[in-house]
Design a protein around this ligand. Structure first.
Ligand SMILES: Nc1ncnc2c1ncn2[C@@H]1O[C@H](COP(=O)(O)OP(=O)(O)O)[C@@H](O)[C@H]1O
Ligand SMILES: [Mg+2]
Length: 302
């Protein structure tokens, strides 16, 4: 299965959330994580891999697409991570392979050659891994256009493909996520012009709400007027989301505001929770997203 992680805005939590989803999926299955954020390939920092925190020096995904090497380099997260509590986790887990971009790499022009190479790589990795998570550059990027063109090619039609669109729980992010999916030159429109059936493509897209505040929690620093305003505005956002076709039936899940992630982009492990540094609810949210993502019944029944 291929999972495309997209968002209209940068800084939505797309990479941190998809790395954590990949981490949970890899407890059971072989998972590949591909950093297709070509302009800013920093997912290595989230996996805590020092030598790849801004991408690797050479032979990564950029060179694969632009210079024609046959096999982009990948790193085994369980061995390469600096996190002592995660290192060696492969004894009990599936593989978690990270395909980084490159330090000096930048967005490149889309071409038929790059699209074909993309189709070849994704088809091959789909056979090798149970799930491939592809972290796409924000907005209407080369990466987005390239994977839409690649997945429309006959060689890829039979592969199960799911799309996640990440957004924060704010007015601007809801409007932006709507535009990325349904708007002019959005995923559905670009996909249709690349040869996808627009309805099938729309059905393969779910939204993920990131860092949603928990209004039920007592917040001693809050005035009564603030609490009332937040409740009222939260309701407004819900209506806006329904209006913009991002309502409940199209939402895969959400994540709560996590203090650790406000300071540091990382995998949240069980040991972060048992030491009471991270919230249990955050790990549960990632675990549930991973479970729902790979559950066909959930996916089709939505
Ligand atoms: N649930 C959350 N609570 C608080 N902060 C979060 C949460 N999820 C992500 N973040 C933070 O938001 C910022 C942007 O996330 P990132 O994954 O880098 O976004 P993107 O890949 O969409 O640009 C990061 O500092 C990240 O740690
Ligand atoms: Mg990112």
């Amino acid at each position: 299965m291929l999972v495309f992680a997209s968002s209209d805005k940068g800084g939505t939590g797309r990479s941190v959330t998809s790395c954590n989803i990949a981490f949970h999926l890899a407890q059971r299955d072989d998972v590949a994580y591909l950093d297709f954020d070509f302009g800013s390939p920093t997912a290595g920092a989230i996996f805590d891999i020092p030598r790849a925190e801004r991408g690797i020096e050479r032979d990564g995904l950029h060179t694969y697409f632009t210079d024609g090497i046959t096999d982009p380099r990948h790193l085994d997260v369980w061995h390469a991570t600096d996190r002592a509590d995660l290192r060696g986790a492969n004894v009990r887990a599936g593989r978690l392979s990270f395909y980084p971009g490159e330090m000096g790499g930048a967005e490149f022009a889309i071409s038929d050659t790059a699209t074909t190479r993309c189709a070849e790589l994704l088809t091959r990795l789909d056979q090798e891994y149970s799930v491939c998570v592809v972290d796409l550059s924000a907005g209407r990027s080369t990466a987005l256009e390239m994977v839409l063109a690649a997945t429309a090619q006959p060689m890829m039609r039979a592969i199960t493909t799911r799309w996640l669109v990440f957004h924060r729980w704010t007015r601007q992010h809801i409007v932006a996520a709507h535009g990325l999916v349904y708007g002019e030159r959005g995923i559905v429109e670009i996909g249709a012009s690349a040869g996808h059936d627009p309805e099938a493509l729309r059905d393969a897209i779910r939204f993920v709400r990131i860092a949603v505040p928990n209004l039920k929690e007592h917040n001693p620093g809050q005035t009564a007027a603030q609490a009332t305003w937040l409740f009222t505005y939260d309701e407004e956002l819900r209506k806006l989301a329904v209006d913009k076709r991002l309502g409940k039936s199209r939402v895969l899940g959400m994540t709560p505001v996590e203090p650790v992630l406000q300071y540091r982009e990382q995998l949240i492990s069980d040991s972060d929770v048992s030491t009471k540094i991270a919230n249990h609810a955050t790990v549960e949210a990632f675990r549930e997203l991973a479970a729902r993502l790979s559950d066909d019944a959930v996916w089709e029944g939505m």
